[in-house]
Write a protein that binds this ligand. Structure first.
Ligand SMILES: Nc1ncnc2c1ncn2[C@@H]1O[C@H](COP(=O)(O)OP(=O)(O)OP(=O)(O)O)[C@@H](O)[C@H]1O
Ligand SMILES: O=C(O)C1=C[C@@H](O)[C@@H](O)[C@H](O)C1
Ligand SMILES: [Mg+2]
Length: 213
């Protein structure tokens, strides 16, 4: 019978596997960047984003809320008084400003990622996650509320279908995609976290390019 010393684990000579990265490693790699949620209305950017922020101990910020604060009006009022183009240019400015406040979880409005300037700003100062949702799922969710001016028309389902057709190929430019479906918010939140961590483990989470905000 051979005896091992007390300190031996029988693995002498074998290289130890590096530990799997975890949420703390993710926060380190993130640096000052924001985790930016993009996707259609009702995909869960605000509600899932808030939970992800709690889970990671990072601040949560919602671009729609910040736009409303800056304008001192609701989004419906901004659309009604000034029109969509005015809203979009305010949205670009607010998101550019918010991106300077990372690290944080940033929920964007459903149309924000359609702006090329906003996509570039997110690419530079964020890691983007597309919360992908299908028409039936988002229709069931947004039906309950009347705070989305783009859907205040006789055919909200047709509008959403058309928006998804135009927007999905653009949302697909995000760094990661997670399906937002009919499961508890926490499940989607954990999947985002796992997707981010496995990108980190694979070494293809883009390195931070900024150091000074
Ligand atoms: N995984 C989920 N399971 C059940 N309900 C969900 C889930 N994700 C979101 N919801 C519900 O869908 C509704 C819309 O979600 P939320 O406001 O987070 O969407 P959003 O992407 O922020 O939309 P918008 O672009 O209009 O701001 C909320 O009532 C929310 O609770
Ligand atoms: O999908 C959109 O274009 C919008 C989504 C909301 O988050 C708001 O930003 C606004 O209602 C417009
Ligand atoms: Mg929202």
């Amino acid at each position: 019978m051979t005896h091992q010393s007390d300190l031996s684990n029988g693995l002498e000579g074998q290289a130890l596997e590096p530990a799997e990265p975890n949420a703390e490693d993710l926060i380190k790699v993130l640096g000052n960047r924001s985790i930016v949620l993009v996707g259609i209305m009702g995909s869960g950017k605000s509600t899932v984003g808030r939970r992800l922020a709690q889970r990671l101990g990072l601040p949560f910020v919602d671009a729609d809320t910040e736009i409303e604060k800056a304008a001192n009006m609701t989004i419906s009022e901004i659309f009604a008084s000034h029109g969509e183009a005015y809203f979009r240019s305010g949205e670009e400015r607010v998101i550019a400003r918010l991106l300077q406040q990372g690290p944080q979880i940033l929920a964007t409005g459903g149309g924000a990622y359609m702006s090329e300037a906003t996509r570039e700003a997110i690419q530079k100062d964020g890691v983007s996650v597309w919360l992908k949702a299908d028409l039936d799922t988002v229709m069931a969710r947004v039906r309950k509320r009347s705070n989305r001016p783009l859907l205040q028309n006789p055919d909200p389902e047709g509008t959403l279908r058309a928006l998804l057709a135009v927007r999905d190929p653009v949302y697909a430019q995000a760094d990661l995609c997670v399906y937002s479906r009919d499961v508890p918010h926490e499940v989607v939140m954990e999947e985002i976290l796992r997707a981010l961590i496995s990108r980190l483990a694979a070494g293809d989470l883009p390195a931070a390019t900024q150091t000074d905000n």
